[in-house]
Design a protein around this ligand. Sequence first.
Ligand code: HEC
Ligand code: HEC
Length: 302
Amino acid sequence: MRKLLLILPIFLFALRYEPITPLQPIKYNKQKALFGKKLFFDTTFSADGTISCASCHSPQYGGADPRDVSVGVYGRLGNIQSPTVYNAVYNFRQFWNGRALDLKEQIKGPINNPKEMGSSPQKVVEVLQQKYLADISRIYHTDKPTFEMFQDAVAEFEKALVSVDSKFDKWLRNEGNLTKQELQGYYNFKKLGCITCHNGANMGGNSFQKIGVIHKAKDRVGDRYEITHRNDDKFVYKVPSLRNITQTAPYFHDASTKELFVAINKMAYYNLGLSLTDQQIESIIAFFKTLTGKRPEILDAK
Ligand code: HEC
Ligand code: HEC
């Protein structure tokens, strides 16, 4: 009996082990992040003065873009769906195929991309010189702006875009309840195998996986193959985060659906070889609705 009492707490702790952990806020420099926010929303950095980071990553749409492909300078269309910048700091790499190591490196992409901002580091420095010298000297103690300062400030802002305190995270921390259907959805998500790829704090963003593990997928744009040229990397993407998933339609790299019902069905078919009942899908949707976190405070801070 004594022995049993001793192992009981360990047993209970083990029972409570969850493969998803609550999102933690990340410490950031507020002064820099507020400066980065100005830059993130400023269209002057783009070639034709119409596009900012926020054009394709809007707080109105959970940091993502509701369009199938984004529209860049001179109305040019991109070829892949824009993922959210919320919680991107938690991704082990950036971009669908992980070609940037971190947020700072990622920023070079849209600045230089002729279909996005069509700009250059040189132009960025010129704009900083003309418009932001006061901020630069206050924060970086110099009157010579560099592109690295732009990267540093924007990345600092992105660090603040963590959407904490979702209903699910509160439940994980024993601070609130889930309904029966929401719990059933989480249970199904684990039992069916979704959890093998969508896990960790960001429920994704921590591994490269294939779309089409069981049934071959049809479309591939911007996958790992484009970097490695290894046949095994065809159809391989960084697993997208499922945080705030109800706000970030359309889904998949090719924006192939706007409906969560269809997206869940598609994942089950292509990656698990399963056909789910309507009830199972509805429960997973109910669970997904609990993944919406608070609007990041930095967006309303002055
Ligand atoms: C014209 C639309 C557009 C603009 C402007 C734009 N982005 Fe993006 N962003 C995208 C698309 C599309 C992707 C996905 C590209 C890919 O993975 O190949 C992306 C990817 C990202 C990612 C990676 C997220 C992840 O989960 O991998 C981050 C971070 C990001 N953008 C931040 C920014 C920042 C910061 C700026 C401004 C300097 C910016 N974006 C400007 C469309 C845009
Ligand atoms: C073998 C790994 C794997 C498994 C298992 C898996 N997924 Fe995915 N999931 C991915 C990958 C990779 C993508 C991106 C595919 C693409 O864009 O074409 C993705 C994309 C998604 C998306 C779209 C996210 C977005 O922002 O575009 C949803 C929703 C999703 N999965 C839900 C699920 C559900 C529900 C299950 C279980 C039924 C599941 N996944 C099982 C790897 C997996």
